[in-house]
Design a protein around this ligand. Structure first.
Ligand SMILES: *[C@@H]1O[C@H](CO)[C@@H](O)[C@H](O)[C@H]1NC(C)=O
Ligand SMILES: *[C@@H]1O[C@H](CO)[C@@H](O)[C@H](O)[C@H]1NC(C)=O
Ligand SMILES: *[C@@H]1O[C@H](CO)[C@@H](O)[C@H](O)[C@H]1NC(C)=O
Length: 302
């Protein structure tokens, strides 16, 4: 290979690391690798489609998990997940985004397993500068162990949407004017895991895991990494703030307001599926945290 060619390739590779828009449905190992319990990761499928699905298993010795190769700043990031079937009390399956600085950013989807036919609870949380305690819990309108559903975030300079399929279940608006740090300067990695949470997860920890049902398996597929990739060693964030012509997801032209349908989604979730909200937990928060007033529709749609 001539040196000009090499140079051209190097430039290409670097450019694609700085701002790359990956396709949905990539192979697992294009964008991810196991980060714990790697002997408990399974890749069902034959030679041609092995890697389209990854199963995370847990037994009484360990859970397992994976992580994205690179961190992202903004994007539409998520994957389809099918939760463990049957009695999954105390089993926590997750997809989350997290940065690696001391005062970190984090966005969580945690699925709290339950007895067979009893509702799995989805807990979400937002950490900015290391401070979380913004838990919301909902039940879902389908059985998440029966089939794959998309769980992901749309994250840009103005807002963060938590998505379940095409439904917005939560929004976190930029509210730096209220003194709340926004998640706009720390790139975050994507993580997924299955782990033991029998001390707290199901019915407040009173329902323990039935280990005779192990291994528990959460299955992940259709990885969506449509985001601004940041090289961990050369964290030039500026491309992520600029307008990216092919996408309204992030950049100068990013969506900053919810559509009418999305506002309606939030109302439906709030009235029919919300079972815990830190905004209304008066024991923990005698006055609701400031951002609550801009993140629920009754406040922002009049
Ligand atoms: C874990 O499960 C295996 C298989 O069911 C069992 O033989 C073993 O004793 C268990 N270990 C612990 C520490 O419970
Ligand atoms: C598990 O099922 C019980 C009974 O239906 C329900 O009260 C609880 O909220 C469910 N989820 C969790 C995480 O405890
Ligand atoms: C980027 O945004 C600027 C200012 O909003 C605008 O003038 C310019 O036309 C945009 N460029 C593209 C390629 O969208």
């Amino acid at each position: 290979m001539g040196s000009k060619m090499k140079l051209a390739l190097a430039v290409l590779c670097f450019a694609s690391l700085s701002v790359s828009v990956a396709r949905a449905g990539d192979y697992f190992w294009d964008d991810f690798y196991p980060n714990f319990g790697d002997w408990m990761l399974l890749y069902p499928g034959d030679e041609t489609d092995s890697g389209k699905i990854v199963n995370l298993c847990m037994d009484n010795s360990t859970g397992s998990g994976f992580r994205s190769k690179y961190p992202y700043l903004f994007g539409r990031l998520g994957m389809k997940i099918k939760l463990p079937a049957g009695d999954s009390s105390g089993v926590v399956s997750s997809f989350y985004m997290a940065s690696r600085y001391e005062k970190w950013s984090e966005l969580d989807f945690e699925f709290l397993g339950n007895w067979t036919h009893e509702p799995v609870v989805l807990q979400t949380n937002v950490f900015s500068e290391g401070i979380g305690q913004r838990e919301q819990r909902i039940t879902l309108w389908f059985d998440p162990s029966e089939d794959y559903h998309f769980y992901g975030i749309l994250w840009n300079q103005k807002l963060i949407l938590f998505l379940v399929d095409d439904t917005v279940i939560r929004v976190f608006h930029r509210s730096t004017d209220l003194g709340i740090p926004y998640l706009d300067y720390q790139p975050m990695y994507m993580y997924s895991s299955i782990w033991a949470g029998e001390d707290w997860a199901t019915c407040g920890g009173t329902r323990k895991t039935d280990w005779s049902m192990a291994p528990f398996t959460a299955s992940y597929t259709d990885f969506e990494t449509n985001g601004c990739v940041v090289h961990p060693d050369y964290p030039d964030l500026s491309p992520c703030y600029q307008n990216v012509t092919t996408s309204y997801v992030y950049g100068n032209n990013a969506v900053s307001q919810l559509s009418e349908k999305q506002v309606q989604d939030l109302k439906t979730v709030q009235y029919n599926y919300l079972i815990y909200d830190y905004c209304t937990d008066v024991e923990r928060n005698p006055t609701p945290p400031a951002e609550c007033a801009i993140n629920w529709p009754q406040y922002f749609s009049g």
